[in-house]
Design a protein around this ligand. Structure first.
Ligand code: 13P
Ligand code: MG
Ligand code: MG
Length: 374
């Protein structure tokens, strides 16, 4: 069968500031997903949160961008918003930027990642294993470096030297500055690796949209790459991207995919979406608290049965104690960066400052400048 995995997430309210959704919100979303499984709309579903963002993972046979699936999640997020409003939670409905999108919710605020594939559980995919990543308090290009390294650099993924992967991967990269629509370029690794890097170095403008196996044509990765401030025209919250990544066999193995996250690399985000801070790998359902509001990323894995059901339990990759060391380093890097406060590289450049208010402050002052009399 043709199976589709859809992952849709949004921030629709959180407890005591931008930390995590409430238990009642989570229960509400889980109940809706259980109904959707019961009614046959989806085969399976899983609700989680990373920081203050609720993510709904679904398996179904309706294909990518299907109106019924997207509308179901939109309505679920509206119901969770009602719960958030009732209890006076922070930022109720924050990421639902339009009143009622018709059909597909891409461009309406929620982050969307989807992969459709032929699901036969025979060669070249005798088992289907997938990873689901969700990041909070960071920009849409947060996955650029780690995903590039996993799919284009044998120093991180030695598996690229194997016959199944040696032809490399095709990167679809999106120019998020183009508001006319999805503006995409296709570039092939390894021969275009430097060109890919030339684009992906700019996390605020370019992001990986998807990656395909050049040997098998199959889609390996889908990333939600959109800028909320481009959609809304003003700061409404951070983009907080999600990703679906298929692994093993014809694709990199989990350890090859997650090892670049040991860098805790600096990304745009953090407080008011306007700082440059390290991305900390965290277990699923971790709230964002602590000093600053460090960008965080979760990564879980599922296997998928022949019927398209998720395995009875998931694996939480960043819950392993091996990541404690990375978390400590991320915190140390964050403290170091924040010790220079607002100065220079510690905050995003003027054009990328997510909080429009910062720009208003500077704009007001610009009007007061006068040429010095000679
Ligand atoms: P969220 O988009 O996760 O709500 O982040 C908002 C923010 O500005 C953090 O300070
Ligand atoms: Mg939030
Ligand atoms: Mg968030």
């Amino acid at each position: 069968m043709k199976l589709t995995l859809s992952l849709i997430k949004a921030d629709v309210g959180s407890v005591g500031g931008h930390t995590k959704p409430s238990e009642r919100m989570m229960a509400c979303a889980r109940q809706e997903v259980a109904h959707a499984i019961g009614s046959g709309l989806i085969i399976d579903g899983f609700v989680s949160h990373t920081g203050d963002d609720i993510a709904v993972l679904m398996s179904h046979t309706r294909g990518e961008g299907h109106a019924d699936i997207h509308q179901f999640v939109w309505k679920t997020l509206l119901k969770a918003t009602e719960v958030a409003s009732e209890y006076g939670l922070y930022g109720a409905g924050q990421d639902l930027l339009t009143d009622a999108p018709s059909g597909n919710v891409r461009g309406a605020g929620p982050a969307v990642a989807e992969i459709e594939f032929e699901h036969t559980l025979s060669a070249p995919r005798p088992a289907e294993s997938v990873m689901v990543l969700a990041a909070d308090k960071c920009g849409p290009g947060a996955y650029n470096l780690p995903v590039y390294l996993a799919f284009a650099d044998p120093m991180y993924c030695a598996g690229l030297m194997l016959p199944q992967m040696i032809k490399g991967f095709r990167f679809r990269i999106i120019d998020m500055d183009n508001r006319a629509g999805d503006s995409i370029i296709e570039l092939d690794a390894p021969e275009d690796a430097y060109r890919i890097a030339a684009l992906l170095r700019d996390n605020e403008r370019f992001a990986i949209d998807s990656i395909y196996s050049r040997t098998h044509g199959q889609k390996a990765v889908s990333i939600s790459a959109e800028r909320l401030h481009s959609i809304a025209g003003k700061y409404t919250g951070k983009d907080d991207p999600v990703a679906i990544v298929r692994n093993q066999g014809i694709f990199p193995a989990p350890e090859e995919l997650i090892s670049p996250f040991t860098k805790a690399h600096f990304v745009g985000g953090d407080a008011r979406g306007s700082h440059v801070m390290p991305l900390m790998p965290v277990p699923l359902n971790t709230p964002v608290t602590g000093p600053y509001c460090l960008p965080v990323v979760s990564c879980i894995g599922f296997s998928v049965s022949k019927q398209g059901k998720f395995s009875d339990s998931f694996i939480d990759f960043f819950a392993n104690p091996a990541w404690d060391e990375v978390r400590l380093r991320a915190q140390a890097k964050g403290i170091e960066m924040r010790s220079q406060g607002w100065s220079g590289a510690a905050m995003l450049p003027y054009t990328e400052l997510e909080y429009g208010g910062f720009r208003d402050t500077v704009g007001g002052l610009l009007k007061r400048f006068e040429l010095r009399k000679r």
